[in-house]
Design a binder for this molecule. Structure first.
Ligand SMILES: NC(=O)c1ccc[n+]([C@@H]2O[C@H](COP(=O)([O-])OP(=O)(O)OC[C@H]3O[C@@H](n4cnc5c(N)ncnc54)[C@H](OP(=O)(O)O)[C@@H]3O)[C@@H](O)[C@H]2O)c1
Length: 395
């Protein structure tokens, strides 16, 4: 198995799920960047390998309560690489050796920043996916390849409203940001490979599209406080008196434990080849933003916010706040703009195919209303990830 994105929020949970559920004769190769953000890049290939190895070991020590002697842990290897480089940054001999051994690829590496310039986001999300497809093709030629598990996003739906089917992709929609657009472009590449509409034979692929992934549904635990957590944290500080959305707007959240279990369960089904799955709550199992903010206000001990139409907010309130606020508060106002579309997203993600194909595994999509409070308590108890929480074990 080759996994990309293992050092990220979702990837580390997929890695853990693979370690604990795969038969013991499967090795897991994690493509990890042999560099650290903010540090000068290593010069030699050996230095990059050592750094990738040490990043993976640190992750395993932190995440996996398995002793170093556990045989399952010994099956996990680091491969220093970068999806934006030709042949994933591997030399020709290594690329060919990896392709010859690879039976399946789980591709989760991406940039999830909403505010990158389009060209920059494309390098990782589109060109990176193209490189991964190249590896899958090379593995397919060796005859041992069974599946690409591609992690997309439900938000390839962009500005569409109403019911979004799992097979829908290009419906002429616009996009709220470069993340949505580049994930859409990447999924088009994946779909073309999956259907064999290029000159090559069809590639066995399953596409998983999570909505907004949040912490564990039973402990609330999360290793990342990005996406939904950013506005929540600002709200907890009493800095969001007004929400530019309708109280009745749907917020589609899905807990990380369900997402990774669903990926592994669907990944085992032969019938899942060629299919796309919304790993989302859907309107039936979602909450409204009004109800979510009421619970959050109580837990954080702050006033309930006012809700107002986005047009009114943009026309009158935001310019006024911009004028009045200074320093950090003004920066928060500006950063918060990228999240506004997700407060009033009009998309209802259909999950029929997911529910049908998961039925035999007994896995069900959790209802946000049943675990939202647990998520918030974890934020408070862990002081937004700054301290360990005794009653929320790592696993
Ligand atoms: N989080 C969500 O709510 C959500 C929702 C829907 C879909 N998804 C999808 O799930 C996937 C994972 O998201 P996430 O939230 O886990 O993101 P994340 O925490 O930001 O992790 C991104 C991962 O990608 C790796 N990566 C980025 N650029 C790379 C490169 N050039 N070469 C190799 N690896 C690279 C990162 O490695 P470094 O550690 O080296 O930076 C990291 O391991 C993405 O495909 C995303 O679109 C996420």
């Amino acid at each position: 198995m080759l996994l990309t994105g293992a050092t990220g929020f979702l990837g580390r949970e997929i890695l853990w799920q693979l370690i604990t559920s795969l038969p013991v004769d499967h090795d897991i190769l994690c493509l990890v960047r042999g560099e650290r953000a903010g540090a000068p890049p290593p010069v030699t290939a050996e230095e990059r390998s050592l750094l990738a190895e040490s990043r993976l070991r640190a992750l395993l020590d932190e995440e996996a309560p398995l002793p170093a002697s556990d045989p399952r842990r010994a099956r996990v290897f680091a491969l220093a690489g970068d999806i934006t480089r030709p042949h994933l940054g591997l030399d020709a001999a290594t690329f060919s050796a990896v392709a010859a051994r690879t039976a399946a690829v789980y591709h989760g590496a991406a940039t999830v920043r909403f505010d990158l310039p389009l060209a920059e986001a494309r390098v990782t999300n589109v060109e990176g996916t193209r490189e991964i497809l190249g590896l899958c093709r090379a593995a397919q030629q060796h005859g041992s390849f069974s599946r690409l598990h591609y992690i997309g996003t439900a938000y390839v739906a962009g500005t569409r409203r109403g019911r979004i089917l799992e097979d829908d992709l290009d419906c002429g929609q616009g996009f709220h940001n470069t993340y949505e657009q580049t994930k859409f472009e990447a999924e088009k590449l994946v779909r073309a490979a999956m259907s064999g509409s290029t000159s090559e034979s069809p590639l066995p692929v399953t596409i998983y599209r999570p909505s907004i992934v949040v912490g564990d549904s039973s402990s609330g635990r999360t290793s990342s406080f990005k996406v939904m957590y950013w506005p929540l944290k600002v709200f907890a500080r009493g800095l969001i008196p007004v929400v530019p959305a309708s109280r009745a707007g749907i917020v589609d959240l899905v807990p990380v434990d369900f997402v990774v279990k669903a990926i592994v369960a669907l990944g085992r089904l032969d019938a899942a080849v060629g299919k796309t799955y919304h790993l989302a709550a859907g309107p039936e199992r979602s909450t409204t933003i009004g109800a979510a903010m009421d619970v959050a206000a109580e837990v954080f001990g702050v006033y309930k916010p006012l809700f107002m139409p986005i047009e009114t907010y943009e026309r009158w309130v935001r310019p006024l706040l911009r004028f009045v606020l200074r320093g950090k508060r003004r920066k928060t106002l500006e950063t918060g703009r990228i999240y506004v579309p997700y407060f009033s997203h009009g998309a209802a993600f259909d999950t029929s195919q997911t529910r049908r194909d998961l039925a035999a595994s007994g896995l069900e999509i959790p209802d946000v209303r049943q675990y939202f409070l647990t998520l918030l308590r974890y934020c408070v108890d862990s002081d937004w990830g700054k301290k360990p929480v005794a009653n929320h074990p790592n696993r």
